[in-house]
Design a protein around this ligand. Structure first.
Ligand code: NAI
Length: 251
């Protein structure tokens, strides 16, 4: 148990999938949670689930690729809960699949805008507030596609390798001032993002399952657990790390 009583966490992409599961895990540990996402109805449902379980949360409609929205989500944490201790910058999109020479330029820009610029804008808004509050912890969602190559997802791969670069840079800059910064690199996790791939290309999911030594896809809660752990005191000497949670896929 992490004991986040009295703490505040922002979780982006928390209307579904990994973010939703993580928001619930932070709330279970006692944190008040800012649920930040584009999807309003689903985000409000995440908040309702947290409140029904006895936790505290608020939804903020957020496009993580928009600097003003990134600022507004941090303002909401400060206004509602008095500060910010943890941020899980998790919102992401896969984008269109195509070999590099066939990749539409606007797809490249869109994926980089959400997955990479979104993490940059998040940290840029979050870290000053954490520094003012005496410290905190950031976890950014990369991917095993940020560690090894996968065909036909060059924008996604570039964004996820980039997230690790942003993470390590910020860790060097802020760990001495009490803000630890880490990334989590999920393997194939059973979320709506993967459900879409299952529809488009069922074989790819079968192959992913077969390539995962534990013999199944990961559950969103298993990434939520990793994010909670990385923010907890148990991880007080862990910073600048890209933690792989992939059931052995990249082993
Ligand atoms: P998902 O599609 O189930 O959920 C993503 C959430 O992000 C959605 O609620 C969506 O509305 C939100 N979102 C998308 N664009 C946004 C924006 N511009 N601003 C704010 N919110 C936005 O995806 P999933 O699977 O939960 O993925 C979460 C993160 O984990 C992503 O960064 C993804 O790249 C990463 N990841 C997922 C893996 C998987 O197998 N599911 C594997 C490795 C990494």
């Amino acid at each position: 148990m992490a004991n986040f009583d009295g703490k505040t966490a922002i979780v982006t992409g928390a209307s579904g999938g990994i973010g939703e599961a993580a928001a619930k895990r932070f709330a279970e540990e006692g944190a008040s949670v800012v649920v930040a996402d584009l999807k309003i109805e689903e985000g409000e449902a995440t908040v309702a689930d947290i409140e029904d379980a006895g936790g505290e949360a608020t939804f903020v409609e957020t496009d993580v690729s928009d600097p003003a929205d990134a600022g507004a989500m941090v303002d909401a944490a400060v206004d509602e809960y008095g500060g910010l201790d943890f941020a899980f910058n998790n919102a992401g999109i896969e984008g269109e699949r195509a070999a590099t020479s066939d990749q539409p330029v606007d797809n490249f820009e869109r994926v980089i805008g959400v997955n990479l610029k979104g993490v940059f804008l998040g940290m840029r808004a979050e870290i000053p507030v954490m520094l003012e509050d005496g410290g905190g912890a950031v976890v950014n969602t990369s991917s095993i596609a940020g560690q090894v190559g996968f065909p036909e997802i060059s924008p996604y791969a570039a964004s996820k390798f980039g997230v690790i670069g942003l993470t390590k840079t910020a860790a060097l800059e802020y760990s001495g001032e009490g803000v630890r910064v880490n990334a989590v690199c999920p393997g194939v996790i059973d979320t709506p993002m993967v459900a879409q791939s299952r529809e488009d290309d069922p074989e790819s999911i079968e192959q992913a399952t077969a390539a995962t030594p534990v013999g199944r896809l990961g559950e969103p809660e298993e990434i939520g657990d990793a994010a909670v752990w990385l923010c907890s005191e148990d991880a007080s000497f862990v910073t600048g790390e890209a933690m792989t949670v992939d059931g052995g896929y990249t082993s």
